[in-house]
Design a binder for this molecule. Structure first.
Ligand SMILES: [Ca+2]
Length: 484
């Protein structure tokens, strides 16, 4: 250091020290700024991760609540034959047709009947409504705070099944053609077929009917949807879908889902809301299905489906199928009657429905007293072959709901269950039946409902074991499953 510098330092020692102190302050401030930014970032990231973890947890909970709903719904259907057997020996049987009690539509009351297994709120409602004391029942519901499930069960046999066309035989195709024409041909719907469809094309009733059938049947021949006796072979299927520039072709195989119908020629929003699914929030109102059997359940079908079915087999020029006023009379009568009977089965067999439509019997008289002109049928035997009073395929729409503060997480599950090959609970393992009889109650049968076998199988008769192995799930088979 030079002498004059030392001298200057000695003269102003404080100024030098002050300079150094300022630098430290700036460095501390800088560090604070960096730390604050870092912390804010960290906090934001953590809270985002936390909320997404919470919502994933809630979604999972909701999905499992919905799954519980589906399984309980399956159990309810599986328990229906047991309920029916009990009713047979009660005074109620006289009201429902003596020893031939038709299938009880338990599925219409699924939400109410399964309330004790739902969340605490629903269980409390059930308790207040029925007077049943649930306080002694332990751990049967979803409890408090775990969320609830909402359940709607729909009978797929109550809808007209377009997949019948995929069976490959002429009679099945003709059946679908009849039913579709019965549904769409009445004059009140003519306007729909004069408008442009979803593909900006025009399609007549016959063309739409053919398109729906040709999509599902495996062959390459056009189904003419011509129900007159002079019907002739209409030739090969055209290449409509390619011609109008769509990136797909006719499938020539069964529909996998109802939504697939949207791809078929002639579909428009108006068509959909008139003939397929009038109210997406209420699946009971749906008219068509892809999962049912080829038989329609006349007890659970809605008014419009019954109308289509009756017109499919009525003689040409029937007033109900050509006069909108007559059609309205029928629709109103059926809707009112359904409200009045609260879903209880009305018919024991198809012939009773035919008699009513022909104006015979007490129901027929009631219908004609409303100014309804009786219907004449072309082929009664075929009609009877196409209707049933027992349903085997059901849709379960279950929604799991989990509340969290002001938010609510909701997950929907749509499952279609086929009970055609399901073993009835009463026919399950003969060993457990014997135990149930000894106990004099149904606890043995109830223990079976989960499809589980009792633990002590070692001492069982080998024949019974083989039978056990061959038994199918009493809860039916899932043929369609979709989480929404
Ligand atoms: Ca085809």
């Amino acid at each position: 250091m030079r002498a004059d510098q030392i001298r200057r330092q000695r003269r102003h020692p404080r100024r030098h020290r002050q300079k150094e102190r300022g630098a430290a302050l700036i460095m501390v401030l800088l560090a604070l700024v960096v730390l604050t930014v870092f912390l804010t970032e960290l906090q934001q990231e953590t809270s985002v991760a936390f909320s997404s973890a919470i919502s994933a947890r809630e979604r999972l909970k909701a999905e499992y609540n919905a799954r519980s709903g589906v399984n309980l719904g399956r159990l309810l259907i599986a328990a229906e034959p047991t309920l029916r057997n009990n009713i047979k020996s009660s005074p109620l049987a006289l009201l429902l047709g003596g020893q031939k009690v038709p299938q009880i539509p338990v599925w219409n009351f699924a939400d109410q009947l399964l309330a004790p297994y739902n969340c605490a709120d629903s269980a409390a409602d059930f308790q207040n409504f029925t007077g049943v004391d649930l306080s002694t029942a332990e751990a049967i519901g979803l409890g408090d705070g775990g969320g609830c499930f909402e359940l709607v069960m729909v009978d797929e046999n109550a809808k007209l099944n377009v997949n019948t066309a995929a069976r490959g035989d002429v009679i099945s195709r003709l059946t679908v053609a009849r039913q579709l024409m019965g549904l769409m041909q009445p004059p009140q719907y003519a306007q729909i077929f004069q408008e442009r469809d979803g593909d900006d094309q025009f399609s007549s009733v016959q063309q739409v009917c053919s398109a729906i059938i040709d999509w599902a049947d495996y062959d390459q021949d056009v189904e003419p949807c011509d129900l007159s006796d002079q019907a002739t072979n209409a030739g090969a299927e055209d290449n409509f879908y390619q011609t109008i520039g769509l990136p797909y072709m006719r499938k020539n195989a069964a529909y996998d889902s109802l939504e697939e119908l949207r791809l078929v020629r002639g579909m428009s929003d108006r068509f959909w809301s008139t003939f397929v699914d009038p109210d997406p929030r209420d699946p009971q109102k749906r008219v068509l299905t892809v999962w049912g059997e080829s038989k329609l359940n006349i007890n659970s079908a809605n008014a419009q489906t019954l109308y289509g079915m009756a017109c499919a087999y009525a003689v040409e020029g029937t007033p109900m199928c050509t006069d909108p006023e007559q059609a309205q009379k029928f629709l109103t009568f059926v809707t009112l009657a359904k409200g009045f009977t609260m879903g209880a089965p009305v018919f024991n067999k198809g012939s009773q429905f035919l008699a009513m439509m022909e104006g015979k019997g007490s129901k027929g008289e009631l219908l004609t007293s409303q100014g309804f002109i009786p219907v004449q049928f072309k082929n009664k035997r075929e009609f009877k072959n196409r209707v049933t009073t027992t349903s085997k395929i059901f849709s379960i729409y279950a929604a799991g709901v989990v509340p969290n503060g002001k938010r609510e997480t909701r997950v929907g599950v749509h499952a279609v269950i086929d009970f055609r090959n399901a073993t009835e609970i009463d026919q399950m393992n003969p060993l457990s039946q014997a135990t149930a009889q000894q106990g004099g109650n149904q606890t043995g049968a109830a223990a079976q409902t989960g499809g589980l076998q009792p633990g002590n199988t070692e001492s069982a008769d080998p024949l019974a074991q083989v039978q056990q192995a061959l038994q199918s799930n009493p809860g039916g088979q899932i043929i369609y499953y979709r989480v929404q």
